[in-house]
Design a protein around this ligand. Sequence first.
Ligand SMILES: [Zn+2]
Length: 523
Amino acid sequence: MSLTKKTYKICAIGSADGNFTAVLEFINSLQEKHHFDFVICIGDFITKSKSDSNAVSDLISGKLKVSVPIYFSVGSEELPEEILNVVQGKTPDVCGNLICLPSIGSIKLTEGLKIMSACGIYTEDEPQDLNNTKCIPEYSPTLDASRLSSLKGECDILFSNEWPPNIQNNSKLSLIEAPAGCTPLETLLKSCRPKYHFVPSKVYYEREPFDANSSESSNRYTRFIGLASFKNKDKQKFAYAFSVQLPDEPSSPPLNTTVSPFAPQMLKRAADSLVKSTSEGDNAAQDLAVNQQQRKQKKPRIGPESCFLCLSNPAAAYHLIVAIGTESYMALPKGPLSTTVTNENKMQFPGHVLIIPLAHVATLSELDEEAYQKTIGEMNKFKDSVKKMFKSFGLEAVIFEVNKKQGVHLLWQVVPIPSSKVPLLMPAFEKQSAEARFSFQKRDVRPKEYNYFRAILPNGEVLVKPLKFRERFDLQFGRRVLANVLEIPDRVDWRQCSQTVDEEKKDAEDFKEAFKPYNFTLE
Ligand SMILES: [Zn+2]
């Protein structure tokens, strides 16, 4: 490696979805102002099915202007045969300045910067027989895990078509819907420890930096960036300019660095808190559900013996229980969202309460018909009783739940809200769902429906967002919306709202006392 310092100015561009001529024009105009050292085009830059074949011929014959070196590879689709004819076995240069890296390959620039490509689609099945296509393995759109091991050493920039698994683990950012991810890329990230890793994404996503392999002696921080497609209709960010300096200099971790997404710490902590601690609550159970989901449930599901919401678990937080029925019970949450202030001092305790089935079920659909009817009936009765109690204080109630088959133990959250805030609820839910790129269905859930988020507003309006199997959904969504409406953004994270056990006991006593006239379990 050269000892002279070199700072590369680089730009990464999201998938062209085959429309490479538009991307070239964009890059050429960008280059006039920015003078990048090179550009990386991820995803499907040129494809057999989507790219214009005349344009491909023009490109190869040098008729199209390429004003800066561009590196690209195979995305999810095959390259046009003409491109394959040029690159296979000869040179990766399609034409001057345009370099096509193999789906699994690397290139080291003269001053030492190293780019790796680990592209193509990954399947856990045997790679398809490619003999009947002109597609040679080096440029096939399949991410062949056995060939990944040929990528040796560290690199500065990695780009892939697939995502690594669990990349959102240990991140503090809101969850986005992300592809399931492929495990071989985790292994690769740990060995090549790129400074930048680019993947195609539906929405723009930049994770906090992390050290993919902190067992190595030197620190290296990876910035993982999902770029939306070139000029996508949702106007998501698709171009990312950055710089890389060589040779590497020891540096302190970037400010927002997190534990590696591949480190088990968070999962372990959540599991520990369920088994050992007596001061974690419902949200810990939900956090665990996230981690479980992100780990594709390779770990067995949490059983009643270590479930915090199961009263058979001696570690359950009994002092938070405010009412027990025959099929369900109510308990205060750890770190309630509402406060006496948000209650406009009409109710001198937080009031935020959970309605929980006694059975260890993630959705009521797991119960047999009789138990289902009894449980949903009693949970609704609790809900209506709490609403009446809130009303007696001049307050309204919002109820929300995340109902997922892969969850741990179902719970409904009931949060008091002042009447003056009620008109803000629907717009807030709609705004924040739009920001999270989904829209609500205005209907109630069907009997035994599962896999959904539901919010019930004070006027009885119901918002439902069905969740797909393993769909990533922000488990704090309901809390986030209400925190906005109540203008208490600092209380979104329940951990920021923790109370002493004495405070919790007092709130439980106050709740029980106020709830007495409505507590049908005492009848
Ligand atoms: Zn349970």
